[in-house]
Write a protein that binds this ligand. Structure first.
Ligand code: NOJ
Length: 547
């Protein structure tokens, strides 16, 4: 049975909106809040309970809004505060809460705090940021590199010191050691909570406790103290879902962030299943061949570690990652089957599932051919650096097409109209040319669509406590082609078995997986019992529940 600790957001599905690319209501080529409001009915029929809204705050958009110049204003291209209030109200009327994206590791260099801070060493807000003298003899204070490439320090001529920026030089890091900064952040969070938002997604929250003088960026010594203070000063005592983005998190750390008695967050959004596919030296720009056994090892580790305490976020993609079906499925020969397989495998796991806009219709990576078509600051920076280091242009484009962030940022494909019906103007980034075939309108008209499959999974999670709270047990761990697991709650059991490849596979099924009852999800013919042996078609996934 669901325990007394059970929370509403455990059975809800979160849908992530990247506002710039979701729906443009005024033809300026940029998505906006009225556009989102016009699509709430669609999201309601999908069944989601929460929208994670990527940043909509005032920003020069150096990093598409992850560089905030005013935490309490809306970017004019996205709309007004009135539009935002209307979004909160209209979403609530449909049973949907809004998670705001809290970007408080850094601001924009156009934030008034930074403008003041860089005006003089004695400036009132100087200590809101991280300043250091040049190294003895000159040059950067430390060798720390920015995540977007190049040094993480930029020299400020006027005041003769360097400031820290772990992302672009236009995203100066905030100094969380300063209690006045922390108080301002909490006040701002309370202001948004009072406007009726449901909770927060917290951008790179693992970086706020940094101790740069000791070379520590992620997971710093005071990190959990800050999060506990934030909890006490803001959302603590409410049922607000909070999800901390934490690339550095281990399962042990996740228990600190999300343990029930810790007074911190609801869950962490961690990436070990993503990064285990990356090259040791070259990261995502040099992907490794897909290894299902390694992927399962990571998923299992997290499922087991957070079995009794803490909570997982479940996702394949977001605005920083390639499209799920292109990365883990086959977006050519088996697009529909593999997108459904991935959805099935994910939604039956223990944790809260996240659907990234367009994933629910099986949107794919984009086949850009020239660097001119890319927009992402990270890709453009890396292009410059990698070409200067001798990488051929075509290799870089191939890497960017496989793993670059723009794959997830092309316009949402609503219909077969020009630019996928996203805008009547010229979109800020080109739509995927496959929008004429892959779009919401076509999906709604097709019972066998990826969308219909997602709707079913999202609904099932609200109906079946075993899907939310059941004990997780993996099976066939060493099998290179199949992922299999069971969820058990009281006398109820669900067995999930999936083929991750484009060729059929037969396997002997362990006893605990042999479940008879009814088909819960299928991407070929429904299967109501799993016996001693199973034969799976390319990318077939079945979920069977005991009666
Ligand atoms: C993580 C966000 O998801 C990403 O889009 C952004 O560029 C960095 N944090 C910096 O805010």
């Amino acid at each position: 049975m669901p325990s007394a600790q059970s929370k509403w957001w455990q059975s809800a599905t979160v849908y992530q909106i990247y506002p710039r690319s979701f729906a443009d209501s005024n033809g300026d080529g940029v998505g906006d809040i009225p556009g989102i409001i016009s699509r709430l009915d669609y999201l309601q029929t999908l069944g989601i309970g929460v929208i994670w809204l990527s940043p909509i705050f005032a920003s020069p958009m150096d990093d598409n809004g992850y560089d905030i110049s005013d935490y309490q204003a809306i970017a004019p291209e996205f709309g007004t505060l009135d539009d935002f209030d209307q979004l909160v109200a209209e979403a609530r009327a449909r049973g949907i809460g809004i998670l705001l994206d809290l970007v408080v590791n850094h601001t924009s260099d156009e934030h008034r705090w930074f403008i003041d801070a860089r005006s003089a060493r004695e400036a009132a807000y100087r200590d809101f940021y991280v300043w250091r003298d040049p190294a003895p003899g000159g040059g950067v204070p430390t060798g720390l590199q920015s995540i977007f490439g190049g040094p993480a320090w930029t020299f400020d001529e006027r005041t003769g010191q360097y400031y820290l920026h772990q992302f672009s030089r236009r995203q100066p890091d905030l100094n969380w050691e300063n209690p006045a900064l922390r108080a301002e952040i909490y006040q701002m969070m309370n202001w948004w909570l009072a406007r009726g938002i449901a909770g927060f997604r917290m951008d790179v929250i693992d970086l706020i406790g940094k101790d740069v003088d000791r070379g520590v960026t992620a997971n710093g010594p005071r990190l959990h103290e800050y999060i506990q203070e934030m909890h006490r000063e803001t959302f603590g005592g409410s049922d607000a879902p909070t999800v901390g983005e934490a690339w550095s998190a281990t399962p042990e750390a996740a228990l600190l962030y999300s343990g029930r008695d810790r007074g911190e967050l609801s869950m962490v959004f961690q990436f070990e299943h993503v990064t285990q596919q990356w090259h040791e030296t070259w990261g995502k720009w040099q992907p490794k061949p897909f290894d299902l056994v390694a992927l399962k090892r990571v998923i299992n580790r997290w499922q087991y570690a957070l079995a009794d305490d803490g909570w997982n976020s479940l996702f394949w993609g977001n605005h920083d990652l390639p499209r799920a079906v292109s990365k883990y499925g086959d977006d050519k020969g088996f697009r529909v089957q593999s997108a459904k397989m991935l959805a099935t495998v994910l939604h039956f796991l223990r944790g809260t599932p996240y659907v990234y806009q367009g994933e629910e219709i099986g949107m794919t990576n984009v086949p850009f051919t020239s660097i001119e078509q890319f927009r992402d600051i990270e890709t453009l920076n890396m292009h410059r650096l990698h070409l200067a280091a001798g990488l051929p242009e075509s290799d870089f484009i191939a890497g960017a097409n496989a793993n670059g962030r723009d794959n997830a940022r092309t316009p949402m494909q609503w219909s077969a109209a020009p630019h996928g019906g996203f805008t009547t103007g010229t979109p800020w980034i080109e739509a995927n040319p496959n929008c004429a075939e892959i779009n919401v309108e076509a999906s709604l008209a097709d019972d066998g669509s990826v969308l219909a499959h997602y709707r079913r999974l999202v609904a099932l999670r609200k109906e079946l406590p075993v899907m939310v709270h059941g004990r997780y047990q993996s099976h066939l761990d060493g099998h290179p082609q199949i992922m299999a697991y069971t969820r058990t709650l009281g006398g109820q059991r669900v067995a999930v078995i999936a083929n991750f490849f484009g060729r059929p596979v037969a396997a002997d099924v362990p006893e605990e997986m042999q479940v008879a009852g009814k088909s819960l999800a299928a991407n070929y013919s429904p299967v109501s019992a799993i016996g001693k042996q199973v034969l799976l078609q390319p990318f077939e996934a079945i979920a069977v529940g005991s009666q």
